[in-house]
Structures are given as C-alpha cells and as structure tokens.
Ligand binder design. Structure first.
Ligand code: UD1
Ligand code: UDP
Length: 373
C-alpha cells in the first residue's frame, strides 16, 4: 500500500524547505505526497515566484488565509485545514520550520490522531518573546517524528524529555535547495541589473517584529547602516512587514536620504542566492540567511540578541552582534576586512537531508495512524 503524506507550506522560508521534500517523495514509489499551501504569504514575490523557480508542484489546495493577528491567522488556518485533512485522510502530515502555519496545521493533525512530522525540530532561541519560539516548542511537543538540522536540536529535544526514537538528525533541507539550485543562481544577472560588483557591496534583510515593529530599535539599526552605507553600498530587499513599518513612520524618509542603502522589493530565490554569494558581507535577522551564509562561507552579522541556530556561530561565518549601533559598525568593519573567516560546513548539510527524511517517513508505513473524529 502507498503511504499518503500531506506536506504543508505557508510562508517564504517554508517553500525552500518543502521543495526538496516534494522532490524526494516523488522519487519514492511507496509514498504519495500532496502539498497544501496555507496562503500565509501571498504576494507573488513572497510565494508564487518560489514555486516557479524551484519547480515545486502545485498545491492541492490553497487555504488563502492571508494576514492577520497571530490568533486570527492561526485560527483561520486551523479551521480551514481540518476539512482538507478529513477529505484526503493522509497517513502523515509534514510541517516545516516555525511559522504560524507550522503549529496551526500540526495541531489539526495531532488532534485528528494523524502522525505528525516536524522538519527543523528542536531549534531553540530560549527567547519566548519570539512568536517563532512558541511555535517551535508547541509543534515539537505534539510531533511524532522530529527531524533535526543540527545537533543542538537533538540535545534540546532530549533535555525536554522527547524520547530518542522519535528524533532524527538528518541535516538541513534549506541547504538542499541551495545545493540543488546553486548552478542556476550563479547564472543570475542580478549583479548587472543592480549595477553591483562582486565583493563590492553588502546585503541586508530585516523582518523580525522585535527589530522592525519596535521603531526605537529599527532607528538604532539605521544609525549603524547610515555609517556603513557611506563606505559600501548595501542592497536591502525589503520584507512586506518592514515596508509597512517604514511607510507608517518617519523611518522611510530617513532611509530615502541614505543613497548607499538601496531599498528594493523582495527578490526571487535565484537572485537572492546570487546576491549573497558575491556579497562582501550580509547583515540579517533571518533564520534561513544565517544558514545559507554559513554554507556559502560568506561573513554574516546577525542583528539579534540570540540565535536558535548555534551551529552557524560555532562552525560557520555567523556573528551574533545585537542591535547596538556602535557594535554593529565595529563588527561590520571586522568581518568585511580582507582576512578570510575560518568556517566549516555543519555535518549532514550536504544536499541530501530531504532524501533521509523521505526514507524515514516511508518506513513508518507499517504502523498506520487512526483518524479520530
Ligand atoms: C512570518 C513568520 C516568520 C518568518 C517570516 C518569513 C510567523 C509568526 N512569522 O513573518 O517566522 O520568519 O514569515 O518571511 O509565522 N505581508 C504582505 N504580503 C505577504 C505576506 C505578508 O504584505 O505576502 C505583510 C502583511 O502586512 C502582514 C505582514 O506582512 O501583516 C506580516 O506577515 P506575517 O505572515 O504575519 O508574518 P511575517 O512577518 O511575514
Ligand atoms: N529570500 C529570498 N528573497 C529575499 C529575501 C530572502 O529569496 O528577498 C530567501 C532566502 O533564501 C531566505 C529565505 O528567503 O533564507 C527565508 O526568508 P526569511 O528571511 O523571510 O525567513 P526566516 O528564515 O527568517 O524564517
């Protein structure tokens, strides 16, 4: 009998994680995989462009939940996902990452008695003010299969009392996407289009509520960027949350007076990879970008007080710098100098994480879930 796996994706980072999984399942005749899009992200450059560039199959349904408060968005996903699960009756539901779509769909599966797999399990910032940390802790508490991208995830889950047989260290599906699409990314013409020289610019992404919704913090980060943009151009593909914050405050006007800070719309995946590969350094508060720069060996400054991805600091090129303007400027000068940073690629970040996950999921077909109504 074929095992039926329902994969869930809702937000930009999810698409990059689910793409390699859909590919890996497609290569197994014992598994039939379908994809559900929650619609958490919906702008073309936050969603559809990833399906096109990564060749992700169309979802069987898009729940079309859109934006809202945490409660409203999570509730809408729960309410709209349950009938889909009841219709398709999958043997296993697979959620990725730490966004609201992850916990909402995870909860529906767990309460219906369907086996739940969480990809990117165990990561912990130990900062409960982050919405993602709540989503991680809750999803891991109800998952049956927990797939970790780095050893810290395994250690955290064991400390929380998760039994060892549920935990699998498999590597990083986000890096699978990068390995698979790297050649295409190298051919991107984005540097020409933006008139940039390899090694002659920095890349910036910012979207954490603790940075961009807190105008005092955002303003402090801008103090640092104002200094840096006089020394080197900074390309800044702006996340819609950040755009909203800039437009509803005076920060947008302030940024407009910094000619070296080049504000652009979010770019497609291949262009973004190309921008990172040739950057002198990257400044970010993104989870995925910390991992991608680690794999690429590009210096990265994380504008946060913590990271749930400590391997990127221990082995990679990531430095957690915080949001103090003087510290950001000093750290940028240090990492963007001529000296090459020592770095290693973390274990199992080899482009084959999704295959490992697919074969473990396929092996659980013998003990099927019971649908509870
Ligand atoms: C979400 C995730 C975050 C992840 C990020 C990746 C949660 C709680 N947060 O944050 O963990 O790092 O995605 O990018 O799930 N908007 C648009 N168009 C879109 C999507 C969003 O304009 O296609 C705007 C809306 O004004 C919306 C705001 O962005 O209110 C925030 O979107 P939302 O999905 O709630 O959270 P993100 O900040 O994107
Ligand atoms: N990304 C992209 N275009 C952009 C910015 C980001 O393709 O303009 C990609 C990049 O690969 C990154 C991923 O989107 O790792 C995840 O995005 P984001 O930073 O929004 O989410 P997080 O990883 O912080 O949850």
């Amino acid at each position: 009998m074929t095992l039926s796996a329902m994969c869930v994706a809702g937000a930009r980072p999810n698409f990059l994680k689910i793409g390699p999984l859909m590919d890996a399942f497609a290569r197994l005749s014992s598994v039939s995989a379908s994809l559900v899009h929650t619609g958490q992200h919906y702008d073309r450059n936050m969603s559809e462009s990833f399906f096109d560039e990564l060749g992700i199959p169309d979802p069987v349904v898009n729940l079309g939940v859109g934006s809202g408060t945490h409660a409203a968005q999570t509730a809408a996903i729960i309410e709209r996902f349950e009938p889909v699960v009841l219709k398709y009756r999958p043997d296993v539901v697979i959620v990725v990452g730490d966004v609201n779509s992850t916990i909402a769909c995870g909860m529906v599966a767990a309460k219906l008695g369907i086996r739940l797999a969480h990809v990117e399990a165990g990561l912990r910032s130990f900062d409960r003010t982050m919405p993602e940390e709540i989503n991680r802790v809750l999803t891991d508490a109800i998952a049956d299969l927990l797939f970790c991208s780095e050893q810290s995830g395994v250690d955290n889950l064991k400390t929380e009392g998760v039994s060892a047989e549920k935990i699998h260290l498999v590597g990083n599906v986000m890096i699978d996407s990068l390995v698979r699409h790297r050649d295409k990314a190298e051919k991107s013409t984005v540097l020409n289009r933006l008139d940039l020289k390899a090694g002659g610019y920095a890349v910036l992404t910012l979207h954490r509520p603790s940075n961009v919704d807190e105008l005092g913090v955002f303003g402090g980060v801008l103090d640092a960027l104002d200094v840096i943009q006089r020394e080197i151009p900074i390309v800044f593909p702006v996340h819609p949350r950040t755009r909203a914050s800039m437009e509803s405050s005076s920060l947008g006007e302030r940024i407009a007076k910094m000619p070296g800070l080049r504000v652009i719309d979010p770019v497609g995946y291949l262009d973004f990879m190309r921008l990172m590969m040739s950057a002198r350094a990257v400044l970010t508060d993104s989870g995925g970008v910390q991992e991608e720069t680690t794999f690429l060996g590009i210096p990265c400054l994380t504008l946060r007080e913590n990271t749930e991805r400590p391997v990127t600091v221990e082995m990679g090129t990531n430095t957690i710098v915080g949001r103090n303007p003087d510290k950001i400027v000093a750290a940028f000068r240090k990492i963007s100098g001529d000296e090459k940073l020592e770095s290693k690629i973390p274990p199992l970040w080899d482009g084959h994480a999704a295959e490992r996950i697919a074969s473990i999921v396929a092996a659980c077909r013998t003990s099927s879930s019971k649908l509870l109504l």
